[in-house]
Design a protein around this ligand. Structure first.
Ligand SMILES: [Mg+2]
Length: 156
């Protein structure tokens, strides 16, 4: 879902179930994976706020601590991929237990990311829309199609 430079591209964006740039066929005509529509980011933010309130943990959950906690969880995700070599999309060689472990660690990353955004007063769903619009301007599909170059490497 990310370009090689780590930035979401317009071809990753789906609108009403349609891929934004139908000109690029999916590899091997595979079905694109989609998420469930719920819970929303706001649902997850609220559930985590309730979890934190019930435990009186807000005194520990300042932005810097949440950032460090999130980075720690990214490390836990990395550990699952460590020493495996290249891993194909869909993780065909992974066991159910490994997939479940990955789902847990990715969830930890997301939960901390959303709480960090909340505590920094970043309305993340809105911010994502704005950033994707900026990414489309920075990486026009007609100019960058099939290329992993960073925007600074393109000349008009
Ligand atoms: Mg974890």
């Amino acid at each position: 879902m990310m370009a090689t430079n780590g930035t979401a591209t317009c071809k990753d964006v789906q609108t009403n179930g349609e891929v934004a740039t139908p000109s690029s066929p999916l590899p091997n005509n595979s079905q694109r994976f989609t998420f469930s529509s719920e819970p929303t980011m706001e649902d997850i933010r609220r559930m985590q706020a309730e979890f934190t309130d019930e435990r009186d943990w807000n005194k520990f959950h300042q932005p810097r601590n949440l950032l460090l906690a999130m980075v720690g969880e990214v490390g836990e995700v990395s550990e699952l991929f460590q020493w495996k070599g290249e891993v194909a999309e869909g993780l065909p060689d992974w066991s159910d237990s490994e997939r479940e472990h990955l789902a847990h660690e990715l969830s930890d990353v997301l939960i901390y990311l959303l709480e960090l955004a909340e505590k920094c007063r970043v309305d993340l769903p809105r911010a994502v829309l704005q950033k994707m619009a900026l990414n489309k301007l920075k990486y026009p599909a007609s100019k960058v199609h099939g290329s992993a170059k960073k925007y600074t490497e393109y000349t008009d």
